[in-house]
Design a protein around this ligand. Structure first.
Ligand SMILES: NC(=O)c1ccc[n+]([C@@H]2O[C@H](COP(=O)([O-])OP(=O)(O)OC[C@H]3O[C@@H](n4cnc5c(N)ncnc54)[C@H](OP(=O)(O)O)[C@@H]3O)[C@@H](O)[C@H]2O)c1
Length: 248
């Protein structure tokens, strides 16, 4: 008998791990796909929640590896009903000096891989009678940010990819949503965003609620999109930035 699962890319740490936690808490089996294949490192997670994580290794920039990973899941009795494209990369550099290699590296992982992962999952979602794809974008998608030329362009592409697939695949029962976080505190940037950290004074001025978001905030929102709350929602970009991008 097939077991239903949701694939989350980049679930080994950071925001992806929090998404995997929220989905598993909701009762979903979660395929945690990354280059390491590690499952989230939450030592306090209840055993029945951790038991719903299954690690799988694949590099999202390698379309053949993605196709093989999805095929392997299917051959092992998993029915894929959802996908969260979370794996991503941030590089900042002055725009005049950004190398085209860096540009392609960012576009490959943040935008092109979203296309190839969606293409790889498509036949599985169709076979399942439909499903949900959540792409993790960024509120930088509509901002002009110094030293972030490639990152901003890649996340704007995620919004466009989301809209196109949402319209084209709606007839197959597939919904596609872009969740676009603002500043989110994770292990990697915790020092910079800590109350005495170098970014904190800036964030206190810019975010109306005077604090960054957490990976848990993003995980809870993404998990909600896999409930009936999301039934009539598709193609949209949902900003989860504490109002930063709309604040004067
Ligand atoms: N943190 C923020 O403030 C923030 C704000 C807005 C948007 N975002 C977006 O949220 C997403 C997650 O960000 P994060 O800060 O949580 O990132 P992170 O902590 O750097 O984690 C990245 C995850 O992606 C995986 N990964 C990286 N390259 C991969 C590849 N080629 N193939 C497969 N997996 C790969 C990593 O695992 P392996 O190393 O094991 O492969 C890891 O699990 C990204 O799309 C990012 O742009 C983050």
């Amino acid at each position: 008998m097939n077991r239903d699962c949701i694939v989350v890319t980049g679930a080994s740490r950071g925001i992806g791990a929090a998404i995997a936690l929220a989905l598993a808490e909701q009762g979903h089996h979660v395929i945690c796909l990354s280059r390491s294949g590690a499952v989230p490192a939450y030592p306090d997670a209840p055993a029945e929640v951790a038991a719903r994580w299954v690690g799988r290794q694949a590099d999202v920039t390698q379309p053949q590896a993605l196709l093989a990973a999805f095929r392997n899941l299917s051959e092992n009795g998993w029915r894929i009903t959802g996908l969260v494209n979370n794996a991503g990369l941030h590089i900042d550099a002055p725009s005049a000096e950004l190398s085209l290699d860096q540009w392609h590296q960012i576009m490959d992982i943040n935008a092109t891989s979203v296309v190839s992962t969606c293409q790889a999952v498509y036949p599985h979602l169709v076979a399942a009678g439909g499903g949900v794809i959540v792409n993790i974008g960024s509120f930088f998608d509509k901002l002009g940010v110094k030293r972030n030329l490639a990152y901003c362009a890649s996340k704007a592409a995620v919004g466009a990819i989301t809209r196109c697939l949402a319209v084209e695949w709606a007839g197959k029962g597939i919904r596609v949503i872009d969740v676009a976080p603002g500043y989110i505190q994770t292990d990697l940037n915790a020092d910079a965003m800590a109350p005495e950290g170098p970014l904190r004074a800036y964030l206190d001025k810019r975010i109306p609620g005077r604090k960054p978001g957490t990976a848990t905030d993003v995980g809870a929102l993404v998990a909600a999109l896999f409930t009936p709350a999301g039934n009539f929602l598709t193609g949209e970009t949902i900003y989860v930035d504490g109002g930063q991008a709309i604040a004067h």
